[in-house]
Design a protein around this ligand. Structure first.
Ligand code: FAD
Ligand code: MG
Length: 504
């Protein structure tokens, strides 16, 4: 048995379903859990907003506390990447939970370097349900199109992997800080108390009622309900506080013997979307960019800093869009269909700005900001990849009305508009002057005029999109098969279902 084991917890901030931690505990006498913040957290000009910091620190504290309770006096140590030398010093075992390997090269390099270093290291996969290496090798062999081969990696999900952590051995403490501290918090100019509360934690506990889970259908949920209409578990899944596999199997337990919704609209279906984007991101180079990305339609997006700023800062003059962007900034979470609305508006719908710009803003502001899911969904919404019905554009006025006629959501996030009657709350510029005066809000003075004329611009943009698509099918350089790295085809969600599930 090895003396000491460093347990590097990149994105697995949990004790349940944590094979890396299990192995470390099984094989070693002493455990040294260390968290090394990933690159985006370290830049001076951080691309991680204050809300995500708060969430991360909460998650680390929670893990720290759980580890200390577990027959242990050691918690999590938060370290800079360079201090990985610590592990070399200890010349020990390293166990790495799944992390960054399928993300940016630079990050996986450091991980690989550790594994090749002086000490024995093992890496465990615990980020998604499927084995993405198996999936990727299937894409590489160009085999995803047939049912037979898609079933191969899918088997991974059939094996139940509930690793409940149990440790009954010696205390596993080494030199550890006595109490949890996060050095980066101060460096970033934050104090822990300055970080804002957010909407999610309470809600997560109440949304797990059996009937609700069984009848969950994503399209029936609402982008603008005042309490969230989906689980809001995404930040927990993103940081690995909740294992996607545990989430999957708990749902399976709830469904057992009951009538329940099915993928792609069920909660199982939502997790499959996650698997889908992750596995696609492994096999497709430059997944988070348009250029050099073989599945991404090349579009002549405009550079328009003014429009981009108006969208980012919630001053487009469309209350539905501005309310969503306000919620995003304040709370760090918005509903999936709200993401649809603002993403379509920024890109192909209205402002004709690259999805990469929207991706950056989301990366900063979302609690659940995730490299693969953010990029994949932005490509979907901008009709750059995976989704191609670019002629279907969301109206920044009509879409929100479907589920919130009164505009209560708008009134909550844009209190400036709260005295507008329902007839004008989505289009305050149409209100007669006397109504604006009575509402105490003059359009053009207190709240902006709409930044574009949606009916006009969206029609023009559909034409521009049509051109991009036409070019795609005629330009040999644009033809997927001619491009580097594209022998593979991204799987569909239906491909990802198990045989049993597909039969239903
Ligand atoms: P639920 O509906 O309760 O779903 C349960 C879980 O399934 C989620 O927690 C999430 O892990 C997964 N899931 C649900 N929908 C999707 C989806 N479309 N794609 C992938 N996984 C999904 N999700 C992120 O986690 N991180 C991101 O950075 C992110 N960026 C997005 C950007 C855009 C432009 C869009 C349109 C969507 C993005 N999503 C992202 C996907 C989705 O909107 C969120 O996962 C979902 O809204 C989170 O809320 P929830 O936990 O209540 O979801
Ligand atoms: Mg069933």
């Amino acid at each position: 048995m090895a003396q000491t084991c460093i347990h590097w917890v990149p994105q697995g901030l949990r004790l349940h379903d944590n094979p890396a931690l299990m192995a470390a505990l099984r094989d070693c006498r002493k455990l040294y859990p260390v968290f090394i913040p990933r690159t985006p957290y370290l830049h001076n000009n951080t691309s991680v907003g204050i809300n995500r910091w708060r969430f991360l620190i909460g998650a680390l504290k929670d893990l720290d506390g759980s580890l200390r309770k577990l027959n242990s006096s050691s918690g999590v140590d938060v370290r800079a990447r360079s201090s990985l030398n610590v592990s070399a010093m200890l010349s020990t075992n390293l166990s790495v939970g799944e992390c960054t390997v399928i993300k940016k090269k630079t990050e996986s390099v450091s991980c690989d370097a550790c594994l090749k270093g002086n000490f024995r290291g093992r890496r465990f996969k615990c980020l998604i349900c499927y084995d993405y290496d198996l999936c990727a090798s299937c894409y590489e062999s160009g085999a995803t199109t047939t049912r037979h081969t898609t079933e191969h990696p899918m088997q991974c999900i059939l094996t139940r992997v509930d690793y409940d952590l149990y440790y009954g051995g010696d205390t596993f403490s080494v030199d550890q800080p006595q109490s949890f501290t996060c050095p980066y918090c101060g460096k970033m100019g934050y104090t822990e108390t300055s970080l804002q509360e957010h909407v999610t934690s309470e809600h997560a506990e109440t949304s797990t009622e059996v009937g609700w889970v069984c009848s969950f259908e994503k399209p029936q949920t609402s982008p603008n309900s005042l309490t969230p209409s989906t689980t809001v578990l995404s930040p927990y899944v993103t940081f690995g506080c909740l294992s996607a596999r545990t989430f999957w199997w708990r749902l399976t337990d709830v469904y057992q013997g009951k009538k329940h919704s099915d993928p792609p609209v069920s909660l199982h279906g939502q997790l499959l979307w996650r698997e889908f984007y992750y596995t696609a991101s492994v096999g497709i180079p430059n997944f988070n960019k348009m250029e050099g990305n073989s599945v991404c339609t090349q579009v002549d997006w405009d550079t328009n800093p003014e429009y981009l700023a108006a969208w980012t800062e919630a001053r487009t003059g469309f209350p539905f869009i501005d309310a969503i962007m306000t919620q995003l900034r304040q709370e760090g979470w918005i509903h999936h269909l709200a993401r649809h609305a603002v993403a379509c508006f920024l890109t192909r719908g209205d402002l004709w700005i690259s999805w990469e710009e929207g991706q950056k803003v989301f990366e900063e502001l979302l609690l659940d900001g995730d490299w693969a899911l953010n990029a994949g969904n932005w490509m979907w919404l901008s009709a750059s990849a995976f989704f191609h019905q670019f002629f279907r554009v969301y109206s920044p006025v009509a879409f929100g009305k479907k589920t919130d006629k009164n505009g209560d959501y708008i009134k909550k996030y844009l209190p400036l508009l709260k005295k507008f009657p329902a007839a004008y709350i989505y289009e305050p510029w149409k209100a007669p002057r006397s109504v604006q005066q009575a509402a105490g809000c003059i359009v053009g003075k207190d709240y902006p005029h709409p930044i574009v004329q949606h009916e006009v611009i969206s029609k023009k943009n559909i034409q521009r999109m049509k051109l991009a698509y036409a070019k795609r099918s005629t330009d040999p350089a644009e033809s997927p098969s001619k491009k580097q790295g594209v022998k593979r085809k991204a799987p569909s969600v239906v491909d990802m279902l198990t045989k049993k599930e597909r039969k239903k």
